[in-house]
Ligand binder design. Structure first.
Ligand SMILES: Nc1ncnc2c1ncn2[C@@H]1O[C@H](COP(=O)(O)OP(=O)(O)O)[C@@H](O)[C@H]1O
Ligand SMILES: [Mg+2]
Length: 326
């Protein structure tokens, strides 16, 4: 048994994907997630941010065992679930996907999409009970019984994402990975959907891993936020602490990138504007992976990987030069 402070915990999680097209006998891998450790407390929202390709989706899917981890451990409610049969845990741990267009089968009605989730876990005692459950969960996400007979293409993007949320909720989960659930939606309805996630959490005591590439979306909904860069977690802290007292140069650059519309946040942090692109996770830089874009990088950063340290209570970061940066 693990420390039960966390509902979900990963230790040294690693996900390497084989890459096609390497030279003969040369096995290349994408180090999508490389030794990441964090826990999510019961009832909290842990935000996970970082640029596209840094490993957020892979982290979320691997901790649900939708991908088998290359190494590391996964715990749910104190149980080591790294190698167990996941079927009973599928009910407790759900996911809402980024793209509501791609994640709903276009040939199934909304009622069947939700009913399927109910059937997999044998949650209905009769046909009527099944139908009642479908209608009840649709109303939970702001849809109605009429919608059950329609197909995904008949819905707007926001409504489709509500269907995706209803499908996740239909099995009464305790934990949901929300993988950029509003990124594909019109800006005008993003806040609505985020508010709905918050409300559902309050009503049902849900625990979320809430993924976004944009810090400005997660900082409101998250209790704590983790920042990833090229397969690594570089900083993790309470949401307010991370927004106003970040210590890692990469986090500072993300905060610098928040539009001026949010002057309070951007003013309090030293501005760091990054140049260049994220290097390939097939061939990450030696030492600190961020060093090729970091204004503070020196030989030490190239030679040694920085340690993941607690810099103040509950605030973690991995950087050799926290003194210089701050
Ligand atoms: N199934 C896969 N097979 C091979 N490479 C993958 C796979 N999924 C993701 N990757 C690679 O892993 C890295 C991390 O991807 P991903 O987790 O999707 O990042 P994010 O969600 O932060 O944008 C990227 O370089 C991506 O191309
Ligand atoms: Mg992603």
């Amino acid at each position: 048994m693990m420390d039960n402070k966390y509902l979900v915990e990963v230790q040294n999680l690693q996900q390497y994907f084989p890459v096609a097209g390497g030279k003969l006998f040369e096995k290349k891998v994408v180090k999508a997630v490389d030794n990441v450790s964090f826990g999510i407390k019961r009832g909290e929202t842990l935000g996970l941010v970082g640029e596209s390709g840094c490993g957020k989706t892979t982290t979320g899917r691997t901790l649900l065992r939708l991908y088998e981890p290359t190494s590391g451990k996964i715990f749910f409610d104190g149980e080591d679930i790294t190698k167990v049969n996941m079927l009973p845990y599928r009910q407790k741990m759900q996911i809402v996907f980024q793209d509501p267009y791609a994640s709903l089968d276009p040939r199934m009605t909304v009622g069947d999409i939700i009913g399927e989730a109910i059937d997999i876990h044998h949650l209905a005692s009769s046909k009527k009970d099944r139908q009642d459950q479908i209608i009840s969960v649709l109303s939970t996400v702001g849809l109605n019984s009429e919608h059950a007979n329609r197909y995904p293409h008949e819905f707007s993007g926001g409504q489709r994402q509500r269907v995706g949320i209803a499908r996740a909720l239909a099995v009464n989960p305790q934990f949901i990975v929300c993988d950029e659930p509003v990124s594909a939606l019109d800006v005008s309805i993003q806040a609505q959907v985020v508010n709905m996630f918050e409300q559902l959490q309050e009503e049902m005591g849900l625990t979320y891993l809430f993924i976004a590439h944009d810090l400005s979306i997660v900082k409101h909904i998250s209790n704590r936020i983790g920042v990833m860069y090229l397969g690594k977690m570089v900083e993790l802290a309470d949401s307010y602490e991370l927004t106003f007292h970040s210590v890692h140069p990469y986090t500072k650059s993300l905060i610098s990138a928040i539009p001026i519309a949010d002057p309070e946040t951007s003013r309090k942090s030293k501005r760091i504007v990054l140049e260049g692109d994220v290097p390939s996770p097939v061939n990450p830089p030696s030492g600190c992976r961020f060093r090729t874009r970091c204004p503070y990088a020196d030989e030490l950063c190239a030679a040694e990987e920085p340690e993941w340290k607690e810099v103040s209570s509950g605030h973690y970061a991995a950087c050799h030069h926290l003194d210089k940066v701050n």
